[in-house]
Design a protein around this ligand. Structure first.
Ligand SMILES: [Zn+2]
Length: 533
């Protein structure tokens, strides 16, 4: 009998598999689970690696279904502006970043908080002095808006307004561009002027990012963009066998590039061989933008008269693009935050069904009409949701997001439990770097509808929290379903991929407020131990 490469004996194994919900031992060979229980223990041979996990709980490996991993690794350099909620603090952090730089060096910042600009325009005048005239590029927290300094605008060649096929905008006043770039096509026009990180450094940063996520129990990520360098970095890491993460890539098709989509898909086919950890999974679209910046698409405008239109000037082109992707064998993963964006994307999905074995997805679905809740199940569309985005929405509705949508719609926000109750599928993720990637925080947030540890804070919205098992399913069985891989992933069963997360205790019985402290003692990707405490 051939022995196993790896065995995890005598653990509490939550298989998330209906046929055999609990077992105690797992055996792995060639990256696949080959036996469970007593059969597995019998496969321990002299060369078998053993993970001692007595008293520990093993779950299927956790998959974060929405990230911008490579883009984030490249753009979370420079000044960290998270938590800088006053203009003075933003300026202080940018000045600190700029101080050691040469006079022509770029200053980059990320995580800019809208609260810091409350009541005034996001304008280059506010940062030029802080960076002492240097070129500067600042990502706002939702990554749908960027702020460039005067020198940066010049280097990017942005001198006035421009026409886009989407709602992107180079915001201008009487003195020309203000430095605010709105929505992704415009943001990337500016971002392409920022000198790219050297390739070796980029590979090392992404490798370390994935290693850090492995230490938090993450075994897979769905990446929903192809920001400059993404494909090259993933292919490079995979070719050098330095990838410690299973990656599903959904490159973005902007409204201006529909005609090139079929050719682009053809070029990307080469990504990942049969044994590769990276695979082309879908095409990402934006139906709308974000609530905070007024770019979402709601049935009724927000309190500022904004968020009333699609990212697409011609929404029929979106339908064309979904059809092109489907003909090429790829489903659509569509960012749709407002209730109207969700409704209209579902309409398109009803007309252009996903290729066999795959499912279309709605990303975010932050505000959802009652009428659309059952359509996820009816159309077999997966809702891919990020519960920790609720952390910014306060129960007293004093925050920007809640004020914009108003109390009636704030009650219809992040309806994960409602979609599940109607028979739909809900996959969970973080949207890193928009929010922290720690899956334990997301698992807690999905249950609590408030940040873990803030026990005096009320849950957000009218929808119920998920049960612990529903939340864990969002990172395991539902994540596999969301990628069309439920036969081989998301469960601990013979024949499934050996992606495993080992916790120091049981994540299903751990009080959700304590989840962020639950130790991750080991992580296994494709049968390889990528983290061991
Ligand atoms: Zn995203």
């Amino acid at each position: 009998m051939t022995t196993a490469d790896l065995v995890v004996p005598d653990a509490h194994v939550l298989t998330m598999d209906r046929d055999r919900p609990v077992t105690d031992t797992i055996a792995v060979r060639d990256g696949v689970i080959v036996a469970l229980g007593a059969d597995a223990r019998a496969l321990i041979g002299p060369r078998t690696e053993v993970i001692e996990a007595t008293g520990h709980t093993v779950t299927p490996g956790l998959t974060d279904c929405h990230q911008h991993s490579v883009m984030g690794a490249g753009s979370t350099r420079g000044a960290d502006l998270v938590g800088a909620v006053t203009l003075a603090e933003v300026q202080r952090r940018l000045a600190e970043q700029a101080a050691p730089c040469g006079p022509d060096d770029w200053v980059v910042g990320f995580g800019g908080e809208y609260a810091a600009f409350a009541g005034r325009a996001i304008h280059r005048d506010l940062i030029d002095a802080a960076v002492d005239g240097r070129p500067a590029f600042v990502w706002m927290a939702d990554s749908h808006t960027a702020l460039l300094s005067t020198a940066a605008l010049r280097l990017a060649g942005l001198t006035g307004p421009r026409e886009f096929a989407d709602r992107s905008e180079i915001v201008c006043d009487e003195r020309g561009p203000t430095g605010e770039l709105h929505e992704m096509t415009a943001c990337f026009l500016g971002y392409r002027a920022v000198p790219p990180m050297p390739r070796g450094e980029m590979l090392a940063r992404v490798e370390e990012l994935f290693a850090e996520q492995n230490r938090h129990g993450v075994t897979g990520v769905h990446i929903l963009d192809d920001a400059p360098g993404t494909v090259d970095t993933l292919a490079g890491l995979d070719a050098e066998r330095r990838l410690s993460m299973r990656v599903h890539l959904a490159p973005w098709c902007p409204p201006g590039e529909v005609d090139d989509l079929a050719q682009r898909i053809g070029e990307l086919r080469s990504l990942g061989g049969p044994d590769a950890l990276v695979r082309l999974a879908a095409i990402k679209f934006f139906a709308d933008g974000a609530i905070d910046g007024g770019g979402a698409w709601l049935h009724e405008p927000d309190c500022c008269g904004q968020s009333h239109r699609s990212q697409w000037k011609d929404f029929d082109r979106y339908a064309d693009a979904v059809a092109i992707a489907a003909r090429a064998g790829l489903p659509a993963w569509t960012h749709a935050i407002g209730d109207r964006a969700v409704a209209r994307a579902l309409d398109v999905y009803a007309r252009h069904t996903a290729p066999f074995g795959t499912r279309h997805r709605i990303e975010h679905a932050e505000v959802l009409s009652d009428a659309d809740v059952p359509r996820f199940a009816a159309l077999d569309v997966v809702a891919s949701m990020q519960p920790t985005h609720m952390d910014w929405s306060l129960p007293d509705h004093s925050d920007n997001w809640s004020r914009r949508v108003g109390p009636e719609r704030a009650a219809r926000a992040w309806r994960c439990a409602d979609i599940l109750a109607a028979g739909g599928h809900v996959a969970l993720g973080s949207d890193w770097p928009v929010a922290a990637f720690d899956p334990r925080r997301t698992l807690a947030g999905a249950q609590l509808r408030r940040p873990a540890g803030e026990i005096d804070r009320a849950a957000y919205g009218a929808s119920a929290g998920l049960t612990a098992r529903q939340a864990l399913a969002g990172y395991t069985t539902q994540a596999a379903y969301a990628a069309g891989e439920e036969r081989v992933a998301g469960r601990i069963a013979v024949g499934c991929r050996a992606d495993l997360t080992v916790f120091g205790g049981d994540p299903l019985t751990c009080p959700p407020d304590d989840l962020p402290e639950l130790p991750v003692t080991a992580t296994v990707v494709a049968g390889r131990v990528v983290h061991r405490a």
